[in-house]
Design a protein around this ligand. Structure first.
Ligand code: NAG
Ligand code: NAG
Ligand code: NAG
Ligand code: NAG
Length: 232
């Protein structure tokens, strides 16, 4: 059971934070900063409990292009030492395309593209201060399953962990505010997504979602959790 251990960690973090707060006059923000409306981030991803989550490698590099004004989101996902990246293009109408050079899947997520305030708005529980990757962070937990680290100095996101059996941990390696993927072609799903449209169409609420790809697993989990946290 992971829960009691996690709760113990929360208590320890909270206790440490109380001590730190007493010793310092630094102010604590009310909650995490909202995401900027447009950014490019490089995320290092570790599926720390990958053996149960996936038959694919545990380590991935995500290029995340978040574009709220145009209501779209793109994840370019690379496995370690693999030459065939996976794209995940999410549209606000709930349609997400997952494709690589040979295959394509379409999923429906009612939540659409996450709002900039998905983590900031309401309900985030402050856990205290913690250094991760050498960066002094404020830490919050949202909806009992996302632990979110924010740089105490710059308020940029630094890391988030999902509390579930896959143990997804994502580390923000770079964060460029205002950077957008200019080329509209990059946002287009390729022709092979539309060849056999019905055959590989899956639905988030379908019990029979065929999941063969660990990357997709991780992205689906992220959408599910982040979507739930946004609605929290
Ligand atoms: C990934 O997570 C596992 C399990 O916590 C850990 O043993 C491993 O060192 C991590 N790998 C990297 C590169 O961080
Ligand atoms: C959502 O938008 C994309 C891109 O315009 C389109 O390909 C897709 O068919 C749309 N999905 C729905 C359910 O309307
Ligand atoms: C649908 O899935 C099958 C089997 O996984 C695959 O051979 C086929 O190429 C896929 N079709 C598309 C359009 O990706
Ligand atoms: C890792 O997965 C196993 C198998 O499902 C599960 O029993 C275990 O609790 C998981 N570990 C964590 C830390 O969640």
């Amino acid at each position: 059971m992971a829960w009691p251990l996690f709760q113990l960690q929360l208590l320890l973090i909270a206790a440490a934070a109380t001590t730190a707060a007493a010793a310092s006059s630094a102010t604590t923000p009310d909650g995490p900063a909202p995401w900027p409306e447009q950014f490019h981030a490089v995320l290092f991803t570790n599926l720390t409990n990958v053996s149960i989550a996936s038959t694919s490698p545990a380590l991935r590099l995500h290029d995340l292009y978040y574009d709220w004004p145009q209501r779209r989101n793109l994840n370019l996902i690379r496995y370690q030492l693999s030459g065939n990246p996976l794209y995940d293009v999410e549209w606000n109408n709930g349609t997400s395309f997952y494709f690589d050079s040979a295959t394509c899947r379409t999923l429906q997520f009612p939540v659409g593209v996450l709002r900039p305030g998905w983590i900031a708005e309401g309900g985030a529980v402050y856990l205290g201060r913690e250094t991760t990757g050498g960066i002094d962070c404020h830490v919050w937990c949202k909806a009992d399953f996302i632990v979110y680290y924010e740089d105490a100095l710059t308020r940029r996101p630094v890391r988030w962990n999902f509390i579930d059996v896959t143990g997804i941990e994502q580390f923000v390696m770079s964060f460029e505010v205002g950077v957008v993927l200019e080329d509209d072609n990059q946002w287009q799903a390729p022709a092979h997504c539309f060849l056999d449209d019905a055959a590989n169409k899956t639905n988030e609420h379908d019990d029979h979602v065929a999941v063969s790809n660990g990357v997709m697993d991780a992205v689906r989990l992220f959408r599910k959790f982040a979507g739930a946290a946004a609605a929290y």
